[in-house]
Design a protein around this ligand. Structure first.
Ligand code: FES
Length: 388
């Protein structure tokens, strides 16, 4: 046994120190063998605040623009969900959507203020995307009264006063505006105490979502500022360029956190621009919703999925994630965030090559060939072992 260095301790302290194991053993011996009581009120409150699943119905559908709708969700009162769980502005829910024979899960950021939970309401805002199986299904087929199973709110793109600067620069691309809409609403109704400057990149004027509401909020509070950045239309009303350092410099305050939300292209671009500031990593947070169209030329690969009791062979297109291919084939793999963050889908790559984006898998996991199928695209035939 290694010799302990007890220099600096008096006799009394040393005696007390050597008595710790005896006391600990006595406590273990005296502990009752009966079941721990889990019926405490605090456990019930915790369960209500953080339910594993929630059952909701679509109560209202709002057309935001030609390609975007907001869905207002309320509890499905015929189920165990009577009250929606609280959330922080910027968090998302994962929604289960049965389409044909398959069950898809997708993350959607809540676009409403957490204050709306008091009225038992969440909103999610969905934009049409090429090949967006679930997004396009929502826009074309979902109606008032349709019921869904969703997760508790989760995700890291929210303001934390212990970690973040009090001024957030929110860089949004397209439908990546949703977390900042939620934050703007929350700052306006005083459930969030920070300042927010939104730099909103859109292709053209008609792509802007929430324009009226955002401008109403910015006209009524100094704590939310908004600048549009147009990349295609040349319009004097807007900064007509990409978001670059010159533009960011105009909005900097003494201390700033940068939150990025949007498609992969904006995330990669901002990574380059923000590098120039040499910021500690905690000041940059992101929520990347990847558009598969941006990524690859089309190939089809064979994917062998090993579960704990069977072997399933499917085809996976190089433009879809391995998780999306599994869902398309009716394989219900564990998942939640769908953007490589939560670790729920962590699986072992037995053979083959994948390309990953926005993946937060741990270095040790990577060394032992673990991947997140939700953020991995095949580059060859592969064999994958799912978690139990
Ligand atoms: S579902 Fe969250 S990491 Fe894959």
């Amino acid at each position: 046994m290694a010799k302990l260095n007890l220099n600096g301790l008096g006799k009394k302290e040393i005696k007390k120190f050597y008595e710790i194991p005896k006391e600990r053993d006595k406590i273990i011996r005296d502990t009752s063998a009966s079941q721990i009581n889990t019926n405490f009120l605090i456990n019930k409150i915790a369960k209500n605040l953080h339910p594993k699943v929630q059952y909701v119905k679509v109560a209202k559908i709002i057309e935001e623009n030609e390609e975007t709708k907001t869905f207002v969700l309320t509890p499905d009162l015929e189920t165990s969900t009577k009250q929606l769980a609280k959330f922080k502005p910027g968090q998302y829910i994962s929604i289960e959507v049965p389409i044909g024979e398959s069950l898809y899960k997708r993350p959607y950021t809540l676009s409403s203020s957490p204050k709306k939970v008091e009225e038992n309401k969440y909103t999610i805002t969905i934009r049409r995307v090429p090949y967006g199986k679930v997004s396009n299904y929502f826009l074309d087929h979902v109606e008032i009264g349709d019921a869904f199973k969703i997760s508790a709110p989760t995700g890291e793109l929210y303001y934390n006063p212990l970690r973040d600067a009090n001024h957030i620069i929110g860089i949004a691309g397209g439908s990546g505006i949703t977390p900042f809409m939620s934050m703007a609403e929350a700052i306006y109704d005083k459930t969030l105490n920070c300042k927010l400057t939104i730099l909103y990149g859109v292709k053209s004027k008609s792509d802007i979502i929430f324009r009226e509401r955002l401008e109403e909020i910015t006209s009524k509070t100094d704590n939310v500022k908004l600048a549009y950045v147009m990349v295609v239309d040349d319009d004097t009303e807007f900064a007509s360029s990409f978001i670059d350092r010159e533009l960011l410099d105009k909005y900097l305050e003494e201390e700033n956190s940068f939150f990025v939300s949007g498609p992969l292209s904006i995330y990669e671009r901002m990574n380059e621009v923000l590098k120039e500031y040499n910021l500690p990593i905690k000041y940059i947070r992101h929520d990347a919703f990847m558009s598969e169209m941006e990524i690859y030329k089309e190939e089809e690969y064979n994917v062998k999925i090993l579960t704990h009791n069977e072997e399933i062979n499917i085809k996976c297109n190089s433009k879809e994630t391995i998780l999306a291919a599994m869902e398309r084939n009716g394989i219900l793999a564990p998942s939640r965030c769908h953007v490589g963050e939560c670790g729920f889908c962590r699986s072992k790559l037995i053979s083959g090559k994948v390309k990953t984006f926005n993946d937060t898998i741990r270095i040790a996991d990577r060394q032992y060939n673990y991947i997140h199928p939700c953020a991995s695209y095949p580059e060859s035939d592969i064999v994958l072992k799912l978690p139990k």
